[in-house]
Ligand binder design. Sequence first.
Ligand code: GUN
Length: 285
Amino acid sequence: MTTIIDGKELAKKIRGNLKIECEELKNKGIKSKLAVIMVGEDPASKVYVRNKSKACENVGIEYEEHLLNDKITQKDLINLIEKLNKDKTVNGILLQSPIPSNLDINEAFRKISPEKDVDGFNPVNVGKLVLNQDTFVSCTPYGIMKMFEEYNIDLAGKNVVILGRSNIVGKPLIHCCLNRNATVTTCHSKTQNIKEISSRADILISAIGKAHFVTEDMVKENAVVIDVGINRLEDGKITGDVDYENVKEKASYITPVPGGVGPMTIAMLMNNVIKATKRQNGMID
Ligand code: GUN
């Protein structure tokens, strides 16, 4: 029997708990605010940013948006980040990626104060994750770990295969899984014979952004299959990296797209903003 992992429902539960925490903070006179920076007009980013603002409203987090023209200079971008770092009313800062290629996103992430880096992209926070220290964990990998917890999927000793090595998902995922004692293999565009590797996975996580890349013959019987992909088909429909209908028959657990990992990413962002707020107010270490 296959269990469909309901990310939408779990995300709703998490947001509900965060809403209560947010109200408790307000009763103590503490407000929580997320500042989002978006550069240019990337249509997918616009959708993500809108969803993030809706989630903030839902939880009770204040939301401030900085929409920058794609002609902005690196200096102006860094100046804005530094202004937000100093702004005591701002608890979390998120720079939506991608940004235009003439700008240096790595420098921008480096400039976001680690205390306000709710996306977990500052090298200080990435380093803490690698060392298994408490930090802001990148929201998609963190959301996947929450799904495992909720569905009692233990990673210790399991073969986890990750498809994709992006800085946002694949790389932090490696360490999230390793920190939970999994044996982790990462596949990428230069990997030879992916099928042979993926077929050995107890837990297969795909984050490559190619519709229907993961076919049934790549998946072990009773594997847990997590689909991070969000791909738009020609007919406008959204689909994941996994050939869901066929792989579903073989998997013990599987995440749908939409309604799987996506909503969890945003819920964990909300979680990180509340955590940042509490830290900045000396309520947690
Ligand atoms: N672009 C695509 N996903 C993300 C994300 O989780 N955070 C940011 N900042 N940009 C993204």
